[in-house]
Each structure stands twice: as structure tokens, then as C-alpha cells.
Write a protein that binds this ligand. Sequence first.
Ligand code: AHM
Ligand code: MG
Length: 333
Amino acid sequence: MITLEQFIADRQQELESATGAFSKILRDISLGAKLVSFYLRRASLAGFLGEIGITNVQGESVQKLDDMANRLFINLFSKNPHIAGIASEEEEHIIPTHPEGRYVILLDPLDGSSNIDVGVPVGTIFSIYRRVSSIGEPCTEADFLQGGRHQVAAGYVLYGTSTLLFYTTGRGVHGFTLEPAAGEFLLTYPQVQMPTKSSYYSFNDNQLHEWSEGLQRYVTDLHARNRSSDKPQSLRYVGSLVADFHRNLLKGGLFMYPGTVKKPEGKLRLLYEGFPMAWLTEQAGGKASDGYQTLLDVPAKKIHQRTPLFLGPATEIDRITEFLRNHVSVEAV
Ligand code: AHM
Ligand code: MG
């Protein structure tokens, strides 16, 4: 059995981090994950459910557990001398911490807020960069806006039937399961590969009539292919990006959250939802796009920037891109 700590220690020389900085950051993430997992399991008994009565920078109502997870991770990261600054979905501005730190971290502390009160899996998403501003000075927004290709580590924690931590540093995706008795994450999914065949599709089509014509045609095509297939793809969508993505990563499937005609930028956030999931997808052999360009190449301009998001096996993502470009059925091509 290989623990997360052992796994990272064995690979430390691959990660540039002779200082052990990276393993210390990952250790904080795993400690935070264990604590959030503990709170979530007791949430309905301990009165941690419901809203705290304020709206965050995204205009969304903050849940008690959103707030707890946010404070917990910020607390942990601000005590880590290797971290120069933090950006969080729940915080309007970046939080500069240690001027001597070499890394900055972005996170969605508890993703899938609408599912917290109903016991459906939720997650934490993180993305780490090596800072570009001068060491010894406070970090700046530019450190966080380097673009997805500059991530040095990214991953998520899924609080589901078990608590899972999946991450990449650019050498494949590796997954760990929390063994609650030992309090350790153990390696259970080394070198994850997303199946090339799509068995599932995950999207909320409540605004389908507001999607572009090309995308509406893609959905028609998807259903038509399903009708004529011996093994049709099944719909699976719970509305927690981490849970929906995780299923598709292991079983093969498409996740999409497009923009609409009125809101072309979509709902999900580029820096701490799109980029980390896109990198994980690519590292597992899949493709990630905003519908027109490779997601990791989308320029990052604002901390809370939104993006349409398409993640999945290459064939399906290419098909979507084709429909969006041409507005014609590729069936006929
Ligand atoms: P959140 O960060 O406020 O929880 O919102 C993000 C979530 C994602 O996890 C999920 O993919 C999406 O919102 C679901 O949105 P919808 O309810 O519109 O389908
Ligand atoms: Mg989120």
C-alpha cells in the first residue's frame, strides 16, 4: 500500500521541489480534505446545513459548509510558508500570504453547493502555479493569471461514498482513496486513463433552446446516434462538477456546461474549475475545450472569469467543435 505522502516523496526529484515545498502543499490539501470530509459526514446532525445569509462575489448564496471549507483551506494555506497567495471562489480578491513563498494556489473549496443539503457528492478543486512575481514581495494577480498550461499541479477531492483525491503534476493522473481508520490517502488509481469511448453524457439541458444552433444540432445528433446504437450512451448528471467529471474520467463520458446566447461565457469558472479539470482530462488522454479552442489555451484575464466547458473523450469533443464551427451535421460529412 502506498500512501499519498510516500508517493509524492518518491517522485520529489521529478517535481523540481528539492525543498519539499510541493509535498507540503499537497499535505495541506489532503489534511483539509480529511477535515472537510469529517464535517460533511456530520453536517445534517451537527447543524452545518443551510445558508449563512450572504451572497459571494459570484452572486450565489453562501452555504455554511461553503464557508467552513473556505475558511479551513485558507487557514491551512496561510500557515504554509511555501504559499505566496490564495484565490478562492468565495473570495472577491486574491489573498497574499507569504512573500517568500514560491507558489500560489487557487481553489473552489466546496464545489456543487446546491447538493450540500441533500447528501449528494460534492468536491474541492485546486490549481497550483509557481509565482512569476519577485520572491520577497507580495504576490500579484499576474501570478494567478498565467494560463492553464503553466499549472504545476491540479486536482480535486471528491466527497462521495468514499473520499478520493485525484491530481496531476503533468505526469499522468493518480488517484487516492481515504482509508478512514488510518487517516491516510492510499494509492488506488495509478496512471488513470479516460476510456476513449463515451458511455455517458452529463449536461443540464434546461437552457437547450438558448444554446447555439450548432450545439443544439450536436445534441440532436447525440440522441440520433443513441437510438441507432446497441450500446447507447446514458445520461448521468448530478450537478456537482467533481462528481460528474469523476464518473466520466473513470467510465468514459462527456461533460459539458456551455454558454447560452444571452450568457455566452457560461457558468463555470476558468481558473479554479475549468483549467484544473482540463489539465486532468488531457493528462488522462481526453480533450478539453471551450467549444472553439483548447481550454488550456484560453487567455486568463480575471480571477473569477467564466468559461463554457467541454470535457471528454477526444472523438466527442472533436465532434462538438465540428458542429459549433460548421453548424451542420457531421453525420452527413
Ligand atoms: P458552485 O461552484 O457554486 O457549486 O457551482 C458550480 C456547479 C458545478 O459543480 C456544476 O457542474 C454546476 O454548478 C451545476 O449547475 P446547474 O445546476 O446549472 O446544472
Ligand atoms: Mg464551483
